[in-house]
Design a protein around this ligand. Structure first.
Ligand SMILES: [Zn+2]
Length: 274
């Protein structure tokens, strides 16, 4: 029974990848089966990626010209589910930003993550708005939720709907963690009452004032996918959060220029050619 289901899923993945490859031209994904190599902190690549459509129920995909709307079939299915759930909850249309390039690998701008089709950025701005035109989609700058000094949320941008959105995201299947700006995490720590267990998955990180970064877990059959350790237990509303704010007062340390990790050897075939 389970084997049948796996076979059906695999067949679906192959079919999807085939369709997506046909759409994407010679620089498109390596056709299925799905093969994820690497992890969130090591760089990596993906074969068998499929694309998130430019729009669907409850969402629009933005910055299409970056061609970073490719992911593992599971990632794409979970994002489409997120759109449907947001629409059912009466939230504004979600804006889906970067996932990965068609074969993964480094993204312009030097992200270490977003290389294996398991990371997705979703806008946090929950103000009601009409759907974006195609030119707005390529030029839109997502509105940040954090004050310029980084110490708190911007009350003019924040609304309880942002909390609802993050809660909804944390309940999607296979979520490893969700990265947001420390000021956003701090606001959730203040605001969320009742069940706070989901706050465990919401982790503070640099930037991430305008979008959440959802990281999905390695699919169980992906033996070359490096799974990060789970977040430490607890809601994270503790000294580990305060640390981020202490850094704002710390004198800036000179830092070595960022050097991205080399792609895993197994990515040569995926990134280098068909
Ligand atoms: Zn991201």
């Amino acid at each position: 029974m389970i084997l049948h289901r796996v076979a059906a899923l695999l067949a679906m993945a192959v079919l999807y990848a085939g369709v997506a490859a046909a759409m994407a031209g010679p620089d498109g994904p390596v056709p299925g089966p799905l093969h994820i190599v690497g992890g969130p902190n090591t760089g990596g690549c993906i074969a068998g990626a499929v694309s998130l459509p430019p729009e669907g129920p409850g969402f629009q995909t933005i910055h299409l010209d970056r061609s970073a709307f490719w992911g593992a079939p599971q990632t794409i299915a979970h994002l489409e589910l997120f759109g449907r759930e947001a629409a059912a909850a009466g939230l504004p249309t979600l804006l889906m930003e970067d996932i990965s390039r068609s074969r993964g690998g480094p993204m312009p701008g030097g992200h270490v993550s977003h290389q294996i089709g398991l990371d997705a950025d979703v806008g946090l701005d929950m103000r009601a708005r009409p759907p974006l035109s195609s030119s707005q989609r390529s030029t839109i700058e997502l509105r940040g939720m954090v004050r310029p000094d980084g110490r708190d949320i911007d009350p003019g941008a924040w609304s309880p709907a942002v909390t609802s959105l993050l809660h909804m995201a944390s309940a999607l299947p296979d979520v490893d963690r969700i990265l947001v700006n420390p000021a956003i995490k701090q606001q959730l720590c203040r605001e969320v009452s009742g069940d706070r267990s989901w706050l465990n998955l919401i982790r503070p990180w640099y930037g991430h004032a305008a979008h959440m970064h959802i990281r999905f877990r390695c699919p169980a059959d992906q033996v070359d996918c490096v799974q990060a350790a789970p977040p430490p237990p607890g809601d994270g509303c503790d000294a580990t959060l305060q640390w981020w704010f202490d850094q704002l007062d710390a004198p800036a340390k000179p830092s070595a220029p960022y050097k991205p990790p080399p792609a895993p050897i197994a990515c040569k075939a995926i990134l280098g050619g068909g």
